[in-house]
Ligand binder design. Structure first.
Ligand code: CO
Length: 325
């Protein structure tokens, strides 16, 4: 669901207060964080969705990489996972579900964790995802961004637009392969590398898009941000597809959600604005570090084949949250 709808629904809830809850609903962070013994915290997140690519094995990989991502975004180490499955068992071959689960299992192995249970239901449309439990001593929240921090994004944007093109049957094979490679890539390496730096805030870019997740980070940190459009990279063919009118509803909703708090340079077209608001699946990490550490962090990430870029800077709180030039 979009961020606007979610805000309305969450108004109906009033969770029991528990002193061991470190991060709950209110913070709009990536995962729930709960204090256990010895200063350790449990970090837990859940995510599942309907297929966004046709290949069942790739779908499983993407769903697992996406579910693990919130644990990495909190600076935590994943411990184990449970599967969540919906499948139309009388309409589709069980072999297909087997392939989906294989994809998930292979990504969990790459993350170094076992999947040790799950729950499945008979469902009209396939759905797959995971609950992932992790552990940390020091978590990285999305609320610590400081003026003059560099903002680093570790994956290109555009998976929402490409997923829509796949649904419409207009995506070329090479375009699909590029998107699959990006979405199946774990944020593990990026998370491990950022541990050696003074990271003030981190989140991952998923359904609310770059601007939606940045908005949450900026509001939680009481700061603003200045992004440079030219520094934001997109997967190949994303602009071409967007120019043909391929645009997910989620990306349009994301843009209207952030429009009141964002100043877009007049140089940017409506299409540019939609592209940077694109709803992502299994997107990259959005990392805030002191500006003087930025070049070294980006270089380390790129050496490890993580396509990271600095895309802007954090600024003092101003009349708008986000400025894009
Ligand atoms: Co997240």
């Amino acid at each position: 669901m979009g961020p606007g709808d979610l805000e309305i629904v969450l108004q109906y809830l009033n969770p029991l207060s528990d002193p061991n809850v470190v991060v709950g609903f209110e913070q709009a962070d990536d995962a729930a964080v709960y204090r256990i013994q010895d200063g350790n915290v449990i970090v837990q997140s859940v995510d599942f969705f309907t297929p966004i690519v046709d290949d069942p094995y790739h779908f499983g990989q993407i769903a697992a990489a996406n579910a693990l991502s919130d644990i990495y975004a909190m600076g935590a180490k994943p411990l184990f996972a449970l599967n969540i499955v919906g499948f139309p068992k009388d309409e589709l071959p069980l072999e297909m579900l087997g392939k989906i689960l294989q994809g998930g299992e292979d990504k969990a192995k790459e993350a170094g964790i076992a999947i040790i249970g799950g729950h499945s239901i008979d469902d009209k449309e396939p759905k797959y995802g995971m609950v992932v439990t992790g552990i940390a001593k020091n978590i990285i929240k999305n609320s610590g961004a400081k003026p003059n921090d560099a903002i680093i994004l570790t994956k290109p944007l555009g998976t929402g637009i490409i997923a829509t093109a796949i649904k419409k049957g207009v995506a070329e094979l090479k375009t699909i392969q590029n998107a699959v490679n990006t979405m199946t890539m774990l944020n593990k390496t990026a998370a491990e590398i950022m541990r050696d730096f003074e990271v003030h805030a981190c989140s991952d870019v998923t359904g609310f898009g770059l601007l939606g997740h940045l908005k949450e980070m900026l509001e939680a940190s009481n700061v603003s941000a200045e992004l440079v459009f030219q520094k934001i990279t997109f997967l190949p063919d994303v602009r071409k597809l967007a120019e043909k009118g391929i645009m997910p509803g989620g990306s349009r909703r994301n843009l209207s959600h952030v429009a009141p708090i964002t100043h877009f340079s007049e140089k940017l077209s409506e299409l540019d604005c939609l592209m940077i608001a694109d709803a992502q699946t299994s997107g990259g990490l959005l990392i805030c570090v002191p500006a003087e550490q930025s070049a070294r962090l980006v270089a380390k990430l790129q050496q490890a084949s993580v396509p990271a870029q600095e895309i802007g800077r954090i600024a003092k709180e101003r009349e708008k949250r986000i400025f894009i030039q």
